[in-house]
Design a protein around this ligand. Sequence first.
Ligand SMILES: [Fe+2]
Ligand SMILES: [Fe+2]
Length: 214
Amino acid sequence: MREHGPSRFVAPLAAMLHDQLARAFPDFARIEDKRLRDAVVDQWRYVSECNPIHTDLDRIPAHPSLPVERYGSLAAHIRAQMAVSQTLVPTYAKEWDIHLSLDHFLACALVHDSAKVIEFVEQDGTLIATPGFDHAYEGAKIALQVGFPREVAHMISVHTYLGAKRLPRTAAAQLFQFLDPICLPVFPETGKSAVERHLEANKWVAPPPPEDLP
Ligand SMILES: [Fe+2]
Ligand SMILES: [Fe+2]
């Protein structure tokens, strides 16, 4: 990965990527803070420059082992998170007087998995995930470089649900962590569940459940 600061993009290129993102993610425009919208564009440009093989947002899978045709694209995962966030955030305000930033949830959804663009590489014509690459941690580091506030970088860094580095320190990070596997149609009826996959990705091995567990 590149180790320098945020790129200074020439305006036409930045505008082009902004249009692509706005087309793929209609709720992008709901982010009120322009600095966050700009940071989203900068983060996607950063990862695209690191690994230019991904040219179509709707062809990037959530994981190489989850074909887009069956499980939907990474973009669908992100759109789902943006949709659920728009219910989740007002619900916490209404029911528990807990006020979260919808801007932060929408922006975090848009970039939390963006480092997968770097992680997913081609080997002998097949897309594979780079072993040992921590897309949450790497994504959070890029987020800080392109100007996201620390609160959003923290949400990104712990978003993958389980694992030693995954303890959330804020309500927003905890809720975003739970939101991640909800927005993925990967269920135990058809193979490994989203929970099991996350456990394995974080090198956790759970003992089998007791036989009398319903
Ligand atoms: Fe992720
Ligand atoms: Fe995700």
